[in-house]
Each structure stands twice: as structure tokens, then as C-alpha cells.
Design a protein around this ligand. Structure first.
Ligand code: FE2
Length: 410
């Protein structure tokens, strides 16, 4: 275990040194209810004449896409449309988007949706500037290294942060394995954060996606290295905003002020984790999603507090800071108490939003495989506060199946 930890820390330190001088940037935000009306101006600023609108069938049905279409129509801007992006977009979908972009003679992207539409469009944008490489050949870090077409991201959920991250998660059509294309050039040019578009999101999806954003903030804040002053500030601000607003939008989806705050929090948490990394929570979440198709946000919500409890003393100081920012612990409490109150607050928020305490559907025979995948994803690169080997992952996954390990009321 000591050798594993040491090896991981050395790799993370070297990666941190290499990442420091890179030209990190954020998507430029255009914010507020009705901000989609500024799309023509954004396209003009990029000298784009014909965008490809990439989205999913659900958003077409919900009338969200037609709002953007009418903005483009009113401004006399021609566009092409691809509206067949599925959850966990596949390599085939990315390739179809490339075809539509080429045959429509497009010169920009407008991606409307949750992570899936944005990721699929980013994958297509990457393939267009690297036409000789397949999606599989582009997966991994810094394989694109070319400027992509102007990209406007319009998130309709407050969760993934894809509107400002370097990643595009694409699922292999044959193996069903998720892979990520990660490159600085994939950070969208603009992020349009328009609360009116997320007003109709159902409460359960609002809750799950919001908890995904909180996990990004918490995991990136807890990372051992790689974070910057700005990423840490963004993580704290995002956590505070999520604690203040997530339940408001869960109870009243039409609260545009709270929806707007959540969109900004998701953006900040997205920047924070794309700069600083995620950790063991996401590693288990991806393994669970791969085997059972558990929605990403829901899995994060359930697994986050269990992992934080397992980290124990190693994260008390940082969790105490998060607790103060989130307003869930009085200043008079000890560091340990503040940390435990923060974990408690997550459990309570989950309960109030109808999120389960555990995943009892996890099968005995799958735990080994999940632990193997999670350890493989996490080590050596994730800058986690505590390095876990496969055995430790196994124990925590068993806990995820059973639910909370301890409860120490104050
Ligand atoms: Fe996530």
C-alpha cells in the first residue's frame, strides 16, 4: 500500500508540474434568463455563418430547441440540425454528427443539452480537425491539439459542467466502454447560461444533476495537488451556491433566480474539476454506471458521503472549510465536527430530495470487477486525498451496497 501511494504521488506530482504552464482557459459566459437571444451576436463574434445545432430528441419534444431555432430564424442565420444524441453518446453518433456538419457546410457548433449533447458535439469537433483519426485514436489526454470550430455550449441541466471542461465522454459502440477525449481545445468558446431553459427540468433530474455538480466541487477541492487558487475558490463558491439553491429548485423548478445560480455553480464546479481533477467517488460512479447504467448524478449523490466518511481524518480540514462555506456548521465547532456536519448535511439533503441511501442492487459477483475498474481509473493519476488499492475499493463498494457505516450524532 505504501509503495502504491508513493508511486501515485510521484506520478501526480510530475503531472502537476507538466500541467502548470499549459494555456488553461474557461468558456466565456453569457448569463441570465433569455440570454439565448445573444446567440447571433456570439456567432458574429466568431465570424461563423452556419452553425450545426446538436441536441437530443427530448429537448426537441420539450420545445427547448425551437426557442433557439426561432432566435436563429429571426436573425436570418441558416443552420443545420442534428437532434438524435442519445444518453451516453456513442462513437456512431459522433461520426453521424461529423457527416451532417460536412454535408451542411457548417462552420460552428451550438450544443444544447446536458452532458451528452455537448460531449457528442465536442467529439465531432475534435474529429473534424483530426479527420484521419478515429474517436478511439483521439481518446486520452491532448491527442487533438488543434483549434476546433467555434463552439457555443448551452447547458439545460446544472450538473455536468461540460460547457467549460476539456472532456468529451464518448461510449464505444461495440464494447459499451466509456472513453474520454480530453484536450484544452475542447473547452467551448461560449457557455450560454440561460435559466429559462432549465425551468421545466423534473425534480428528480434536477436533484441528481445538482449533486453531480456538488461532487465536482467537493472532489476537486479535496484533491491532493494540481488545484490552483482559482479552482479552489470556484469549488468553495460552487458548494455554497449548491447548498443554498439546489433544494429550492428541487421544490420549485420555476424559481429562475435559483436556477440561474445553479447553472453558474455547475459551471464553476466544472472549471474546478477540469483543472484539479475528480477522485475515487467518480471512479466508483463510472464503474457502477458501466455495469448497471445507474445515472451519473444519482450515483454521485449516494456514493459521495460514503466515500467522504471513509477518507476520515485525511479530509477533515478541507471538509470543515466546505462546511463553513456551505453554512452547515457553526464557527464554534471543532474541525472534526465541522467535517462530520458537512457529510451529514449531504445525507440529509439526499434524503429530503428522495435520493436513496444505498444501492442494494449491486451483486456480490460484480464487486470485484467494479473495484478493479475503479482502481484502474483512479490510480495513478487522480489526485485523491487518500490512495486506495483494489481491496479498499471493494470494501467501500460493499458499503455503498449496505449504506452508511457509522452515525455519530453531536
Ligand atoms: Fe460528474
Amino acid at each position: 500500500m505504501f509503495l502504491l501511494s508513493l508511486g501515485c504521488r510521484i506520478v501526480q506530482f510530475v503531472f502537476n508540474c507538466a500541467a502548470l504552464p499549459l494555456p488553461w482557459r474557461k468558456a466565456i459566459t453569457v448569463e441570465g434568463a433569455g440570454s439565448i437571444n445573444r446567440i447571433p451576436e456570439l456567432l458574429a463574434s466568431c465570424k461563423a455563418a452556419k452553425p450545426l445545432v446538436v441536441t437530443d430528441p427530448g429537448l426537441v419534444k420539450a420545445g427547448i430547441v425551437s426557442r433557439v431555432q426561432s432566435v436563429l430564424d429571426k436573425a436570418g442565420i441558416p443552420y443545420a440540425l442534428y437532434s438524435e444524441v442519445e444518453p451516453n453518446p456513442s462513437v456512431n453518433t459522433v461520426n453521424k454528427i461529423v457527416e451532417v456538419y460536412r454535408s451542411g457546410l457548417c462552420d460552428a457548433f451550438i450544443a444544447i443539452g446536458g452532458g451528452s449533447a455537448m460531449d457528442a458535439a465536442k467529439g465531432a469537433a475534435a474529429r473534424l480537425v483530426r479527420p484521419r483519426r478515429s474517436v478511439n485514436q483521439l481518446k486520452g489526454l491532448f491527442k487533438v491539439r488543434r483549434k476546433i470550430a467555434p463552439f457555443i455550449a448551452i447547458p439545460t441541466t446544472a450538473g455536468t459542467g461540460s460547457e467549460t471542461t476539456i472532456a468529451a465522454l464518448i461510449t464505444d459502440t461495440e464494447t459499451h466502454h466509456k472513453c474520454a477525449i480530453m484536450d484544452l481545445c475542447l473547452v467551448p468558446r461560449y457557455a450560454v447560461l440561460d435559466s429559462e431553459l432549465s425551468a421545466g427540468l423534473p425534480p428528480a433530474i434536477t436533484a441528481a444533476t445538482g449533486m453531480d455538480a456538488l461532487t465536482h466541487a467537493v472532489e476537486s477541492y479535496l484533491c491532493w495537488t494540481i488545484s490552483t487558487k482559482e479552482s479552489r475558490r470556484f469549488a468553495l463558491e460552487a458548494a455554497k451556491t449548491i447548498f443554498e439553491n439546489l433544494e429550492k429548485v428541487y421544490r420549485d423548478g420555476s424559481n429562475l433566480e435559483a436556477r440561474q445560480a445553479m447553472l453558474k455553480a455547475s459551471y464553476k464546479a466544472g472549471f474546478s474539476f477540469t483543472r484539479a481533477g475528480v477522485g475515487n467517488i467518480h471512479a466508483i460512479v463510472h464503474a457502477l454506471g458501466g455495469l448497471y447504467g445507474t445515472p451519473h448524478g444519482l450515483a454521485n449523490a449516494v456514493i459521495m458521503p460514503i466515500v467522504l466518511e471513509d477518507y476520515g481524518k485525511a479530509v477533515y480540514k478541507k471538509l470543515a472549510k466546505l462546511a463553513e462555506c456551505a453554512g452547515v456548521a457553526e464557527a464554534s465547532r471543532t474541525v472534526e465536527q465541522k467535517a462530520k456536519l458537512f457529510i451529514d448535511a449531504i445525507y440529509q439533503m439526499n434524503e429530503r430530495m428522495g435520493i436513496p441511501k444505498n444501492f442494494d442492487f449491486i451483486k456480490d459477483e460484480d464487486i470485484d470487477q467494479m473495484a478493479k475498474w475503479a482502481a484502474h481509473e483512479s490510480n495513478p493519476l487522480y489526485p485523491v486525498p487518500v490512495v486506495w488499492d483494489r481491496k479498499h475499493f471493494k470494501r467501500v463498494i460493499e458499503q455503498v451496497r449496505k449504506g452508511r457505516a457509522v452515525f455519530e450524532p453531536f
